[in-house]
Write a protein that binds this ligand. Structure first.
Ligand code: DC
Length: 212
């Protein structure tokens, strides 16, 4: 057992942060939360009720009543939810409602969390902060392959354009924009495989643990 620590991993879509976060959580025996799923689940609930994800009142209500089971649905990674999640993520009361959920998650035994604002807003005092990125072309190729694996082929150009639009929205929004924390280690995975990224990140975590 290691002491409970919080590892914050931020970065744009398809940067490899989810894979890295999952592996770190397993290696250091920490609970893992994919915080993007929270925004996706809120968006899904608004869409299910025929609401508009850009409507602050409708989205905030769904964020406040979000339950654990909502995160386990199998339909949270569709292109429709991609767009709707980006819209709900720019609404301040939605983010406020989800902040508590994320902080409580790490209360008991620490955690690895990945998202866009973990190292800047959710856990500014996290023990380890990583900012994982990759070029737009590399990320679009990865996301296109994921879609193909799910039997969907929207075309590479369309995947690339959607990613670019979502990144721009995530970076430009007023509420908790995607930005690298000053004290985060930058990992550019454009030319790095998952093993290499894991080794670099695990080295950093071990150094922090050794400091005590
Ligand atoms: O990582 P993802 O693609 O599953 O995230 C879905 C959306 O939620 C995306 O538009 C970014 C947003 N998000 C956010 O604003 N803050 C987070 N901590 C995680 C995700």
């Amino acid at each position: 057992m290691t002491r409970p620590i919080v590892i914050a991993i931020d970065g744009p879509a398809a940067s490899g942060k989810g894979t890295l976060a999952r592996r770190l959580a397993a290696a250091f025996n920490l609970p893992y939360l994919d915080t993007g799923l929270l925004y996706r689940a809120v968006a899904r609930r608004v869409l299910d009720r025929g609401g508009d994800p850009a409507d602050p009142a409708a989205s905030a209500e769904q964020a406040r009543t979000l339950g654990r089971l909502d995160l386990e649905r199998g339909d949270l990674r569709t292109p429709e939810v991609d767009r709707a999640a980006s819209a709900v993520a720019s609404i301040k009361p939605v983010r406020a409602a989800l902040l508590d959920f994320q902080r409580r998650f790490a209360d008991a035994s620490g955690a690895v969390l990945d998202g866009r604002d973990i190292g800047t807003i959710v856990f500014p005092a996290a023990d380890v902060k990583l900012f994982v990125t990759a070029s737009l072309d590399v990320r679009a190729k990865r996301r296109h392959l994921e879609r193909l694996a799910h039997g969907i082929d929207p075309g590479y150009d369309s995947v690339r354009a959607e990613l670019a639009a979502r990144d721009a929205a995530d970076r430009a929004r007023a509420a908790a924009p995607l930005v690298q924390a000053e004290d985060a280690l930058l990992l550019d995975t454009s030319e790095m495989d998952a093993d290499h990224a894991f080794t670099a990140a695990a080295d950093l975590v071990n150094k922090v643990l050794a400091r005590g």
